[in-house]
Ligand binder design. Structure first.
Ligand code: FMN
Length: 204
């Protein structure tokens, strides 16, 4: 009889190991296409600072096409969307790193979530009761607070469970990240470490 393939993951020490039953898994979704994005950098830092016993699997929106109902009718759900839906459905929690555009949600990230909500009768499998944490970074003084607020009606519509245990809005990001978008500010890294520890504890 063929041996069942076991899921493997790479822990922070760089060694691949089978996933233990008590390991929690978070999917991280970054909402920017920019190479040196503050929000992608925030998510990478979150993966480094996620506590032992929890993994943060990083995803972006670059492969997600623009939503088009005609394309959906003709071809169904695009492969990258289906893969991301399955990853979120299998995860214990979702962490969204949202940029803020014009005091609200950036279009590319909303577009991705709209695709992920198709077809409607699959929403409960992907998002139903899913703990969702929001973080974000912007060069302005309020650090995506308005974008994070703007996500709440969307999460409510999807039946997700927004997590309010801690808040992380990273303002004046230009001084906290390097030119490649890596988070270099120790105080912010400490806050992010605390945030991840509490979110991991909440979903664990
Ligand atoms: C169209 C547009 C609108 C923006 N509106 C806001 C805003 O309302 N609030 C804010 O803090 N930053 C705003 N910004 C600045 C973004 O926060 C900044 O471009 C940031 O770097 C985007 O995130 P990223 O670094 O992850 O790509 C805006 C940027 C663009 C391009």
């Amino acid at each position: 009889m063929a041996r069942r393939k076991r899921t493997r993951y790479v822990n922070r020490d760089g060694f691949a190991r089978p996933k233990p039953a008590d390991m929690s898994r978070i999917v991280g979704l970054g909402g920017s296409l920019r190479a040196a994005s503050f929000n992608s950098g925030l998510l990478r830092a979150a993966a480094e600072l996620t506590p032992a016993g929890t993994t943060l699997e990083l995803h972006g929106v670059a492969d997600i096409p623009l939503y088009d109902g005609d394309q959906e009718e003709a071809h169904g759900i695009p492969a990258p969307v289906a893969a991301l839906k399955d990853a979120i459905a299998a995860a214990d929690g979702l962490l969204i790193a949202t940029p803020e555009y014009n005091a609200s949600i950036p279009g590319v990230l909303k577009n991705a979530i709209d695709w992920l909500s198709r077809p409607t009768d699959d929403i409960a499998r992907v998002f139903g009761g899913k703990p969702v944490a929001l973080i974000g970074a912007s060069p302005g003084g309020f650090g995506t607070i308005l974008a994070q607020e703007a996500w709440l009606p969307v999460l409510r519509k999807l039946g997700a469970a927004p997590w309010f245990g801690k808040s992380l809005t990273v303002a004046r990001a230009g001084a906290l990240f390097d030119k490649d978008g890596n988070l270099i500010d120790e105080e912010t890294r400490d806050k992010l470490r605390d945030f991840m520890a509490e979110f991991a504890a909440a979903i664990g």
